[in-house]
Design a protein around this ligand. Structure first.
Ligand SMILES: Cc1cc2nc3c(=O)[nH]c(=O)nc-3n(C[C@H](O)[C@H](O)[C@H](O)COP(=O)(O)OP(=O)(O)OC[C@H]3O[C@@H](n4cnc5c(N)ncnc54)[C@H](O)[C@@H]3O)c2cc1C
Length: 419
């Protein structure tokens, strides 16, 4: 592709937060950019749990990649799955085409890890893509439908038990939202069951929820969830997930719906290029985010292992991926224009946020901390600001206002009953 052109060929694998930011930051550079993604849309993952719990529809939090970069004339979008890299020939392999490159940016993110138990995935789906969110939504809404029909008390209770594994931000947000659906949204919708008698169990192996937050905010989150009816189980580890529920070292919870929010593993990008990686599969990169020995290959976002100036690992969050994407575009621009390279990548941590239900959140911005409704207002403003497109901002804001006033969730449609 463009093999006769003298303009540098930049291939970006992944149109998530990092890849998209790199693409946009290369807009004014004399280079041809090819952006490859296995999906045709960019997903705003921080709000996936709201699709999974029927507060928002998929199209509210995802946008066609082509539409996002349509005005950027130096970008060519390819929907294809990356399968490998020929580092000698400088060519990215996909299931559709081969893409020669002068610069390659690996931004294929991460996915959930079952710590060596991949067979648990079918019983306990994780939340990473739109398809995961709609599958979780289907499972938990179907569980209420079935519970309405069964005669057996134990089976009814199993159907009305929802287990969330992992007490990080996603687990806390999922558990809070599920509790609200059960306690408020659905409470008048059934005739034979009382959705308020559902059990929502949040299981965390560590000693506290939200380990990235200060202890005070972790405690606040745990208390708030408990007040919403969530059973918070700290220091307990899931040892088995099966079709009937989960086993812990010291007990068993029968549950029809189990959601996995416990671990993360990088995309196989390290294997594609034979690079050194950390335990989570993230490529260990140089201070300028290039791969050691491969100055033409960069790894960014969740697929890169990067440390900050104090030697602490840069967290796998959207702002970090965006900052890396912006930075590597600067490095490539400097090289393409024969200018001196920028200094090493410097990560700026903007803060940590997590919601608890539809009107509370914990927020940490440097020394500044917010909880409760004020935290939620701040969280909402930030998330609406970062959504792409006026329509999405408007629709999401309206949905949240509606849900705030009525407890209702509009996106509760699922497929028909099995034939
Ligand atoms: C449920 C959830 C909630 C989160 N909440 C927050 C939050 O509140 N705040 C926050 O800052 N961060 C949050 N994060 C983390 C944040 O979303 C990630 O850190 C961020 O998306 C990383 O950006 P990235 O560009 O590295 O990867 P991603 O944004 O994941 O993008 C990777 C892209 O690569 C594509 N891809 C993967 N493999 C291939 C392949 N083989 N071929 C082609 N394309 C491929 C994917 O389709 C995807 O588009 C959350 C993540 C999840 C899953």
């Amino acid at each position: 592709m463009n093999s006769n052109s003298r303009r540098p060929q930049v291939v970006i694998a992944g149109a998530g937060f990092g890849g998209l930011e790199a693409t946009k930051s290369l807009a004014k550079i004399e280079a041809d950019v090819t952006l490859v993604d296995a999906q045709n849309h960019h997903c705003f993952q921080p709000l996936l749990y709201q699709v999974a719990t029927a507060a928002l529809s998929p199209a509210d939090i995802a946008w066609p990649i082509r539409a996002i970069v349509r005005e950027q004339k130096n970008v060519h979008v390819i929907m294809a799955r990356v399968t490998g890299v020929d580092v000698q020939a400088r060519c990215l392999h996909t299931n559709e085409v081969q893409l020669p490159y002068d610069y390659l940016i690996l931004a294929t993110g991460a996915t959930h890890s079952y710590f060596g138990h991949d067979d648990w995935a079918r019983f306990a789906p994780g939340l990473k893509r739109i398809a995961d969110a709609t599958e979780i939504r289907r499972r938990f809404l179907i569980a209420f439908e079935r519970a309405e029909l069964v005669e057996n008390d134990a089976e009814r209770q199993r159907l009305l038990t929802f287990v969330v594994v992992g007490g990080g931000a996603t687990g806390v947000e999922m558990a809070g939202a599920l509790a609200e659906v059960a306690q408020r949204t659905l409470r008048h919708d059934f005739r034979h069951i009382d959705p308020r008698r559902s059990r929502i169990v949040l299981i965390e192996a560590g000693p506290r929820l939200l380990p990235a937050f200060p202890q005070k905010l972790s405690d606040y989150a745990a208390r708030s969830l408990q007040m919403m009816g969530v059973e918070v189980e700290l220091g307990r580890m899931v040892t088995v997930c099966d079709a009937q529920g989960v086993s812990l070292q010291d007990g068993r919870i029968d549950a029809a719906t189990v959601i996995w929010a416990a671990g993360v593993v990088a995309s196989p990008a390290a294997a594609w290029i034979g690079a050194e990686h950390d335990r989570a599969g993230r490529i260990k990169v140089n201070p300028d985010l290039t791969v050691p020995g491969r100055p033409e290959i960069f790894a960014i976002g969740d697929t890169a292992s990067v440390t900050d100036r104090e030697g602490r690992p840069v967290p796998g969050i959207a702002p970090a991926a965006k900052q890396m994407g912006h930075y590597v575009a600067k490095v490539i621009a400097a090289r393409a224009e024969g200018k001196p390279p920028p200094g090493p990548f410097v990560y700026r941590h903007l803060g940590d946020l997590a919601t608890i239900g539809r009107k509370s959140a914990v927020v940490k911005l440097g020394v500044f901390q917010l909880t409760g409704f004020l935290g939620w207002l701040f969280w909402s403003a930030i998330h609406i600001y970062f959504l792409i497109g006026i329509r999405n901002r408007f629709v999401v804001a309206l949905n949240w206002l509606w849900s705030y006033m009525t407890f209702q969730r509009g996106a509760r449609l699922i497929g028909e009953a099995p034939r």
